[in-house]
Design a protein around this ligand. Structure first.
Ligand SMILES: [Zn+2]
Length: 279
């Protein structure tokens, strides 16, 4: 029954997103599979956090789109999200959800909350931070760098990241309160809800920081041989770009995966510590 409800809900949301051109067809299909698993094998908490991420990130992506189009030549991907991007944001969570279905444990839930807080914080930081009036600074050197540089941080982007992580934390408390998740004995204590919320906040901030740090150090960064611009793209001005920094295999996907794992582990550690202090 839960699988059917999850499927129906996912078709509704993904269908609307496809119609509004937020998802490509492959992206919408991947979102339906993901939503069905999140609700069918998980709980309202799992599905609700996926939805919170999806709706808020779509909203920020559409916000002041024209002002942000100047970065289209910098970032590897923009615009409609395809299956690859949907899986990059929700794939790790889906794996955790399946494991949690067979072996219910608080660890999977804390990891999941931290992963979702990280992808949400990252997306908010990118979409809102790119509108910063102040130029960003390199996380390592503190020097002013061109907007869109990987690993660059701004006050606006950092505030957006913290808000994005906090939003997942509050949503997690709300949805856990409403759901009976197999990870915890019901009814929940306020302390448990607080541990989940604070875990998400700490995890999201730690994950987002990791993303910027890797972006400033080992992420592959390319330069255009024609116009000299730095980019994540392999092609620019119709010519192949040259890698000037980082490892070739350390692309955006690898950086996101590592950051999500760090965010998940930070949320788990924080949650376990708070539960221990509260017991
Ligand atoms: Zn160029």
């Amino acid at each position: 029954m839960d699988v059917l409800i999850g499927f129906a809900g996912s078709v509704l949301v993904a269908g609307a997103a496809y119609k509004k051109k937020s998802l490509t067809l492959s992206g919408a299909l991947a979102a339906v599979v993901m939503g069905t698993v999140y609700y069918g094998l998980g709980s309202l908490l799992w599905f609700g956090l996926l939805l919170t991420f999806f709706i808020t990130s779509t909203m920020w992506t559409k916000w002041k789109k024209r002002a942000k189009s100047q970065f289209d030549h910098v970032f590897e991907k923009t615009g409609q999200r395809d299956a690859h991007q949907v899986l990059a944001n929700g794939g790790l969570g889906m794996v955790l959800c399946v494991i949690h279905y067979f072996y219910p444990h608080e660890a999977w839930l804390f990891l999941f909350v931290g992963v979702m807080a990280t992808v949400n914080a990252d997306t908010w930081a990118t979409e809102i931070g790119s509108l910063s009036k102040q130029p960003p600074r390199s996380l390592l050197s503190g020097r002013v760098v061109p907007a869109g540089t990987s690993g660059a941080v701004s006050a606006l982007g950092t505030s957006a990241a913290v808000s994005g992580a906090m939003t997942i934390g509050l949503a997690a408390m709300l949805f856990l309160y409403a759901a009976e998740d197999a990870a915890f004995r019901f009814p929940y204590t306020w302390w448990l809800l607080l541990a989940v919320g604070i875990g998400a906040l700490v995890g999201g901030v730690a994950g987002c920081f990791t993303d910027s740090f890797l972006g400033a150090t080992v992420q592959a960064s390319y330069q255009c041989t024609a116009c000299g611009a730095w980019t994540e793209k392999r092609q620019h001005c119709g010519k192949p770009t040259v890698r000037k920094r980082g490892f070739a295999w350390m692309n955006n996907d690898a950086v996101n995966m590592i950051s999500s794992m760090v965010g998940g582990l930070a949320a788990w550690g924080t949650g376990v510590l708070l539960l221990f202090l509260g017991s």
